[in-house]
Design a protein around this ligand. Sequence first.
Ligand code: MRU
Length: 352
Amino acid sequence: MTTETLIEPTPTIKWAEGKVSLIDQTKLPLEEVYIETADHLIVCDAILRLAIRGAPAIGVAGAYATVLAANRIETDNIEQFKKSFLEKAEEISNTRPTAVNLKWAVKKMMSRAETFEGNVKELKDSLLSLADEIKQDDLERCHNLALHGAAIIDDGADVMTVCNTGGLATSGIGTALGVIQYAHAQGKNVHVNVCETRPLLQGSRLNTWELKRTETPFTLITDSMAAYTMQKHKLEGVFVGADRIASNGDTANKIGTYSLAVLAKHHNVPFYVAAPLSTVDFDINSGADIPLEERAPSEVTRIEDIQFTIEDIDVSTPAFDVTPAEMIDGIITEKGVALYPFTSSLEKQRNA
Ligand code: MRU
């Protein structure tokens, strides 16, 4: 099925002639460079380095990485093939710990292999079809959630976001940023305050690139200007994405998201999370069970190779934080806007 999206999807990840092509997000916005590879370890390295990043996008990248890994297994014995495939897939799913989409997508690939009846060549073809389906499914989910989210943005709205949750973080449309871009594409007058998102600057590097493409009006602010901005301007909402949502609605997202939720509460600004249901981990009860990635201290002490503080110091490096469910006004998914208490509303959407 072809989805009629309201904005042009970004070229985040593609499959062509036995290779994966990824736009290198460490180089944006100054250079548009692509990583093309038939080696699953290069895709894993790209995920680790954040050359591809964002929960749904790393799910799709993980699925294609398993296809590349499968293509390099040289046996015609189906049982040996399955054993080797499952080991490699398990390694791929552990590349980054927080975003559940990676595990969700790779688990689908593993189940396909486990239950498959046929020869090795047929299984390899079937794995590629499934990865393509996962990518298309992500595009459709994001399109639908962006429509639901755009419906709650009024003409003239001034909003805020953190990290990059646009097409680059998905198969091409985005979640929270997609919601804002869809509202703009529908002809609404929308302005977005973009938090730069220290330490890796996904906001200032990637959102600016995406918002320029769709000509959506924005202002770049440092993370520490969020309180000032909310005090000075009446905001209609804060829209953020998610890496993993527990079944009670507790939401792990980019470090700094929780600070925005606290500020939004103080300034009486609605706080929304936008994510496909593939980001909800129904197996865990609360945010306490979400593993939060710690990154290298050099990501805080340096920008690329430029060191700007002494390095033999104690540095805190969480990549994500957890916003408690009760601070979230709505979770926008492809099925609609789930409201608190989320245990029942998300479960209802899951079964809808
Ligand atoms: O470390 P990153 O850049 O992968 O973190 C990404 C985020 O926190 C996003 O907000 C989240 O994955 C949702 S992307 C649609």
